[in-house]
Write a protein that binds this ligand. Structure first.
Ligand code: ADP
Ligand code: ADP
Length: 228
């Protein structure tokens, strides 16, 4: 569970990026953050794994203040998927997925099994894809690897910052349906940033509508439709 309590962020140049942000994301819930460019979505995400420090207020994960976690422990437990696909170009797909499990000193056999399981989960045949290099994959396939790499070491929380925005509509739909399936199977707590209202409504258990560093409304997609 992630909880923001009266969080504010003022950047050193005086920009008030987040004005008063309180939000609860329950365990196993997928919340989409939606709003125009510059409304504070990325700032909000980066505060969760302490890439950015709030100016005021507190953030809790499982009711413990994030400042009270060891920073590595905190980040290892959070998978982060970014818009720009950032696979390591000189590592095979298998090696890319294994990076965090290896840091966590998982056994070789467990890593290999996890690799296969994850590739199958997103419909990529391990025997074909494991040994390929990132540049031998399409954009959509690379982004799928980006998603499963974030899941590899089984983090409780997954942050996704416009992970599909660079993709063509078909790959995008495919990945949205992958995420919905993953969410059902693995019941992770996910915060998903998008500026696409259809994507926000299709994916979110709850949709958090942001504007100018604040929350306009948080509701289920159904309620948002009823009360526009
Ligand atoms: P979004 O992800 O919704 O596009 P951001 O969180 O990136 O929004 O940015 C929120 C506001 O904070 C914007 O006005 C942006 O220009 C500003 N901002 C982001 N990063 C910095 C920074 N490092 N220094 C100053 N202002 C920043
Ligand atoms: P910046 O100051 O531009 O945020 P960083 O070196 O902190 O640069 O991060 C570069 C990119 O990698 C950022 O987009 C950030 O979100 C991501 N990143 C850095 N460290 C981590 C981490 N521990 N977990 C997840 N993503 C990270």
């Amino acid at each position: 569970m992630i909880e923001f309590k009266n969080v504010k962020k003022v950047y050193p140049d005086g920009t008030k990026a987040i004005k008063d942000f309180s939000l609860k994301v329950n365990e196993g819930e997928l919340v989409t953050l939606i709003g125009p460019s510059g409304c504070g979505k990325t700032t909000t995400m980066k505060m969760i794994n302490r890439l950015i420090e709030p100016t005021a207020g507190n953030i809790y994960i499982n009711e413990k203040n994030i400042n009270d976690y060891n920073i590595h422990e905190l980040r290892w437990n959070i998978g982060y998927v970014l818009q720009e696909i950032a696979l390591f170009p000189h590592l095979t797909i298998e090696e890319n997925i294994a990076v965090v499990p290896e840091m966590k000193r998982w056994k070789r056999k467990k890593i290999q099994e996890r690799n296969k399981e994850l590739l199958n989960m997103v419909g990529l045949d391990p025997s074909t894809y494991q040994r390929r290099m990132p540049n031998e994959l399409s954009g959509g396939e690379q982004q799928r690897i980006g998603v499963i790499r974030a899941l590899a070491a089984d983090p409780d929380i997954i942050l996704m910052d416009e992970p599909f925005s660079a993709l063509d509509p078909i790959s995008r739909e495919q990945l949205q349906s992958d995420i919905r399936k993953l969410q059902k199977e693995i019941k992770k707590t996910i915060v998903f940033v998008t500026h696409d209202i259809d994507e926000a409504m299709a994916l979110g258990d709850k949709v958090c509508l942001m504007k100018n560093g604040g929350i306009v409304q948080v509701d289920t997609p159904q309620q948002l439709i009823l009360r526009p």
